[in-house]
Design a protein around this ligand. Structure first.
Ligand SMILES: [Zn+2]
Length: 119
């Protein structure tokens, strides 16, 4: 608010440039951040989805999931399968290492067998 003599001009706002609260980080068409005061829960203003609570019904959730799925390589099932494969691989490698060290201990395998080994 600007005061000129005994007249005040403009609207008083508590969200001026010095306001210390959280501001909306949504990208605008101009490429800057929105900077409007954010809704605390989401960190976005109510123009940029701050008031949205997301899909409520299973149909809505499925629709969003379908829209966000590009190739299906990172679905929950695929990630779980990859984790399981990695775990199996770690176990197999540990077992091979154990067998190798026991064979070296018994003198059946040379310590540098990997370098000298040919098909
Ligand atoms: Zn915004």
């Amino acid at each position: 608010m600007i005061a000129k003599g005994n007249v005040t001009i403009g609207l008083e706002t508590r969200f001026g440039p010095d306001w210390p609260g959280v501001r909306c980080g949504a990208r605008t068409k101009a490429g800057d951040k929105c900077q409007r005061p954010a809704v605390k829960r989401t960190g976005k203003c109510n123009r940029h989805g701050g008031k949205s609570t997301g899909p409520r019904t299973q149909a809505g959730r499925d629709k969003i999931a379908a829209l966000h799925t590009t190739h299906g390589r990172l679905t929950k099932e695929k990630r779980q399968a990859a984790k399981t494969r990695a775990e199996v691989g770690r176990k197999v490698r540990a077992e091979i290492k154990e067998i190798e060290s026991s064979l070296i201990e018994q003198g059946l395998l040379c310590r540098s067998w990997r370098q000298n080994w040919k098909l």
